[in-house]
Write a protein that binds this ligand. Structure first.
Ligand SMILES: C[S@@+](CC[C@H](N)C(=O)[O-])C[C@H]1O[C@@H](n2cnc3c(N)ncnc32)[C@H](O)[C@@H]1O
Length: 271
């Protein structure tokens, strides 16, 4: 099954993912001639940033969503970005052989169901000495014993309310979410040497309530798709309302959400 992404909505409301990704792109310290694979490239805007950093190299973005790939191909054409291309591809079925110097994955791997297979495919796709860098959601235990941002916590609270609970009764989160320690072990088991597996934090600023709601809508379709279409907006309104009860907007109407994401950097040694 592929998720039904709305690429235009994602493009407009994925500024949190973009802000996080730029941090890791900076850390890559690219020489400029690398061949890069971006797994789960989505709308392609981070893939396009990478292509500008490797003017003597190339970047291929792959995604399991044909809607996202069509959007990226249209938005970042090969005429304007000669060293950038996009194609359909499933992270769980990578067939490249030692072709890339760097493989990146931003906010995508926690959507995949079988991370072991994904990591094995990434390793086989990397040239000897190649690098893997990713940002992904991971289990993080706070003092309340819950993981995720305060916005995720607000969503969980609203999902448990009587009006919404029936829609989530059989709900099982797809995509496995491991802890940092578990990720590190998975990397080692797949033949990587992890250099950094740690959480990074961003104070994400949303210009207002509608923008915050847009960010939630653009990525929460696994939740909202369980609710009849005519009630989805009301669900998102309740989540946002619950969030701002606890974290009110600042004097300029901006809303701040403190978010954490796991950052992974690893290398593969020859075979
Ligand atoms: C939150 S978006 C991230 C997009 C982009 N990397 C970014 O950071 O803005 C997650 C993307 O992962 C893709 N994805 C999910 N499972 C995938 C899989 N098995 N193979 C390739 N892409 C996948 C989705 O289609 C979606 O475009």
């Amino acid at each position: 099954m592929t998720d039904l992404w709305d690429p235009s909505d994602y493009y407009k409301h994925s500024y949190p993912q973009y802000a996080f990704a730029l941090g890791l792109v900076g850390r890559l310290a690219l020489r400029g001639d690398e061949h890069i694979l971006d797994v789960g490239c989505g709308d392609g805007k981070i893939t396009a940033v990478l292509s500008a950093r490797v003017s003597h190299g190339s970047v291929l973005g792959i995604d399991i969503s044909t809607e996202m790939i069509a959007f990226a191909q249209n938005m970042f054409s090969q005429t304007a970005y000669p060293n950038l291309s996009f194609s359909y591809g499933d992270a769980s079925n990578l067939t490249f052989q030692k072709e890339f110097d760097v493989i990146v994955a931003f906010a995508s791997l926690h959507w995949t169901a079988d991370l072991v297979t994904v990591l094995q495919g990434i390793k086989s796709s990397l040239a000897p000495g190649g690098r893997f860098a990713a940002q992904l959601m991971a289990k993080r235990f706070t003092t309340q014993g819950k993981s995720g941002s305060p916005l995720h916590q607000a969503r969980r609270e609203v999902m448990a309310r009587p009006a919404w609970r029936p829609y989530f009764r059989e709900f099982k989160k797809q995509g496995l979410v491991y802890s940092a320690d578990e990720y590190e072990k998975l990397l080692r088991d797949a033949g990587f040497t992890p250099h950094r597996v740690e959480f990074v934090t961003e104070d994400v600023t949303h210009p207002g309530i509608e923008a915050l709601k847009g960010c939630a809508r653009a990525t929460w379709h696994r939740y909202t798709s369980r609710i009849p279409a005519e009630h989805r907006d009301a669900f998102l309104d309740e989540v946002v309302q619950r969030f701002i009860e606890q974290y009110p907007p600042d004097s300029g109407g901006q809303i701040h959400v403190r978010m954490k994401i796991l950052e992974v950097e690893a290398t593969v040694t020859g075979d």
